[in-house]
Design a protein around this ligand. Structure first.
Ligand SMILES: C[S@@+](CC[C@H](N)C(=O)[O-])C[C@H]1O[C@@H](n2cnc3c(N)ncnc32)[C@H](O)[C@@H]1O
Length: 186
């Protein structure tokens, strides 16, 4: 699957925050790594994190297709973000975090704390309206109205969207999504 156009639009800012902070961008619940790999292609360091070993194997295979200088920019981290009483992001700092098509509400506070001051969040996932179009249907995985805006209310909002869009790989299919791009206060 193709990377998100949001990543392309905010590439320059992502590059700035990673060089300011000297840390990587976390592609949280990365799956095949479509978004993080686009950053590697543009020489931005990325930590690819997912629970699934097979997903990370696929990321590693894709990394092998990059140049010798780009390959070390990608690090893989197998992790369960949903284990009760565990705080996998604690003590870690990233210049930015990308979250696409994943929601685990209990992670929000850890996630915000793991972004360096001046760093960036790019978050896109399904809203409650998605249940009328298809999966996911479980409200635990669907954002409530304004939920992302409320989570990042104290941050500088560069972009926010909530609504229905045509799916990027199938123009007939509709998806109800919310997006936010925001900078953490310094
Ligand atoms: C719908 S996919 C989205 C993948 C990618 N972000 C994208 O947009 O292409 C959701 C991903 O979340 C990962 N995931 C699910 N539960 C997880 C957990 N507890 N900890 C870490 N990753 C998890 C899955 O393995 C899967 O790769």
């Amino acid at each position: 699957m193709h990377h998100s156009s949001l990543i392309e639009k905010y590439l320059t800012q992502l590059r700035c925050v990673t060089s300011d902070q000297q840390t990587s961008v976390l592609d949280l619940a990365c799956g095949s790594g479509r978004n993080g790999l686009y950053l590697i292609e543009h020489d931005i360091p990325v930590t690819f994190a997912d629970i699934k070993a097979e997903a990370l194997e696929q990321v590693k295979e894709s990394l092998e297709g990059f140049s010798q200088s780009q390959q070390p920019l990608g690090q893989c981290w197998q992790v369960d973000f949903e284990q009760a009483h565990s705080t996998p992001l604690q003590g870690k700092t990233f210049a930015g975090v990308l979250v696409f098509r994943y929601l685990h509400r209990a992670l929000f506070e850890q996630l915000k704390a793991a972004i360096a001051p001046g760093g960036m969040i790019i978050y896109e996932t399904f809203t409650l309206q998605q249940a009328q179009f298809g999966r996911p249907k479980n409200p635990d995985f669907l954002l409530k109205p304004n939920e992302l805006l409320e989570q990042f209310a104290q941050w500088e909002i560069l972009h926010s969207f909530e609504g229905v869009v045509s799916s990027s790989n199938n123009n007939e299919a509709k998806q109800a999504i919310a997006q936010i791009v925001a900078i953490k206060p310094k």
